[in-house]
Design a protein around this ligand. Structure first.
Ligand code: GDP
Ligand code: MG
Length: 175
């Protein structure tokens, strides 16, 4: 019965980070617990949503995906507007995607609400043999910027739920 209740709040969360780090596959995992290995990059904006329960409130998280805009450095202001949280994603096998975290961080900070919550995601942690970025280097970045961090695999599902609830709990100030 409670499944049919309307959510109390709707919050907007954005996914950002370089192309090919796995944002779209993370979105699919978050929202459907599925992995689509051949997701096609399209132009525009897409989003998925997921209902979470926090402090007995039903919250609808609307998660926006760049849908390919990031390849052309053309993520628009409208994309960020009104977001209360962001996942900035890199690929643990791709050093360039890690070096770009600072740019994405600055861009989000300059566009989003002042008190929005940011979480770094090191995706593709299933590819341990190809790892180029140590977990401790990402932890250092997160600590310096006072933001959250976790490694995930959209492929096998590792930490995807955990990442999501960590961000939502921080947004709602729950520990
Ligand atoms: P986006 O450009 O950031 O949206 O990245 P996509 O979600 O389209 O993924 C880019 C490529 O990485 C695709 O070929 C995916 O199959 C692959 N991929 C995404 N997540 C993972 C993961 O966690 N592990 C592995 N091994 N591959 C992944
Ligand atoms: Mg994508």
């Amino acid at each position: 019965e409670s499944d049919q209740e309307e959510p109390t709040h709707v919050v907007k969360i954005v996914l950002i980070g370089d192309s090919s780090v796995g944002k779209t596959n993370l979105l699919t995992r978050f929202c459907e617990n599925e992995f689509a290995p051949d997701s096609m990059p399209t132009i525009g904006v897409e989003f998925g949503s997921k209902i979470v329960e926090i402090n007995e409130q039903r919250i609808k998280a609307q998660i926006w995906d760049t849908a390919g805009q990031e390849r052309f450095r053309s993520v628009t202001q409208a994309y960020y507007r009104g977001s209360v949280g962001a996942f900035i994603v890199y690929d643990i096998t791709n050093p360039l995607s890690f070096r770009r975290l600072g740019d994405w961080y600055q861009e989000f900070k300059s566009q989003a609400e002042d008190n929005s919550i940011i979480m770094i995601i090191g995706n593709k942690c299933d590819l341990e043999n190809d790892r180029k970025i140590l977990q401790e280097d990402a932890e250092k970045f997160a600590k310096e910027h006072d933001i959250l961090f976790m490694e995930t695999s959209a492929k096998d599902g590792t930490n995807v739920e955990e990442t999501f609830s960590k961000l939502m709990n921080k947004i709602y100030n729950v520990t």
